[in-house]
Ligand binder design. Structure first.
Ligand code: ADP
Length: 259
């Protein structure tokens, strides 16, 4: 035949290339682990001085009788920024924790229908939002860690709330296709352009940095959610149209196969 067989590496070369590839992957994993440990250490180190600064600012606010209006306003802004920094540090610690292979992520068998119902009733109580559910009539189960799953859904639902208007509805759906449990959070909010849909899962990426301050996010929520989902053997993707809304889809391995 006319295939240029000599273009393909010989079996002995393939073995060497595969070995080299494994070495590079191991090195990469080790660099990532060092980076994770460093971020975690920095975030922990910064927490104590920041909480002291926060305490001093609050103390000054309590003695605000002697302050002018302008000084009170500046103090208020400093406190808000200290709170924001505290949130960023906490999210960095959460991200490093989610990335750590030493932290076990598997857990108990959870009936996702009940789990989602509980989260929604809790969220409704605090947010007074129109949140609807479209849950499979059949029980869908996954073996996973409750706290981590709660974190993932909390990020997705609070994003849906943050990026849509008060009078719009947020829908949470649950289905199973073969061995995949599919949880979707759909909003009719601002939406995300197709060129930004991959980027929103990167740490600190915001579609509109000027709005980030007012919505109060850290830019780490989706990075944390995606890391946890992948550690659970699943994925998170987004489908969105600017001006129409977004649907975030979390896929987890389900227990028991359905067609
Ligand atoms: P943040 O703390 O800024 O919300 P996230 O990592 O959760 O950080 O989200 C990153 C960015 O993705 C947000 O700043 C926002 O621009 C965009 N985003 C996330 N969820 C939605 C959504 N439901 N609708 C529109 N934009 C979203």
């Amino acid at each position: 035949n006319s295939y240029p067989l000599n273009l393909y590496p010989a079996p002995s070369e393939i073995k060497v290339l595969a070995q080299r590839r494994n070495e590079i992957l191991t090195q990469l994993a080790s660099v990532k682990e060092q980076q994770r440990q460093f971020t975690n250490a920095v975030a922990h180190e910064l927490r104590s001085p920041l909480s002291l600064v926060y305490g001093y600012l609050q103390r000054s606010q309590k003695q605000s009788k002697t302050l002018t209006e302008a000084q009170k306003e500046t103090l208020g802004m400093a406190i808000a920024e200290a709170e924001r920094m505290t949130m960023i540090l906490q999210d960095l610690i959460d991200l490093a924790r989610a990335e750590s292979i030493d932290v076990p992520i598997s857990g108990e068998v959870i009936i996702l229908n009940d789990f989602i119902r509980d989260i929604v009733s809790m969220t409704k109580k605090f947010e007074h939002r129109q949140i609807e559910t479209e849950l499979s009539a059949v029980r869908i189960r996954a073996q996973t860690n409750r706290d981590y799953l709660m974190q993932v859904l909390d990020h997705l639902i609070s994003n849906a709330i943050k990026h849509s208007d008060l009078n719009t509805t947020i829908v949470i759906m649950l289905n199973q296709v073969r061995d995949a449990a599919i949880i979707q959070v759909r909003d009719h909010g601002s939406g995300i352009s197709s060129s930004q849909q991959e980027l929103v899962f990167e740490p600190f990426y915001r579609t509109d940095p000027s709005r980030a301050r007012s919505t109060g996010g850290t830019g780490l929520g989706l990075a944390i959610a995606k890391t946890i989902a992948e550690r659970m053997g699943g994925t998170i993707t987004v489908d969105s149209h600017p001006g129409e809304g977004s649907t975030f889809t979390l896929i987890l391995p389900a227990i028991g196969t359905r067609s």
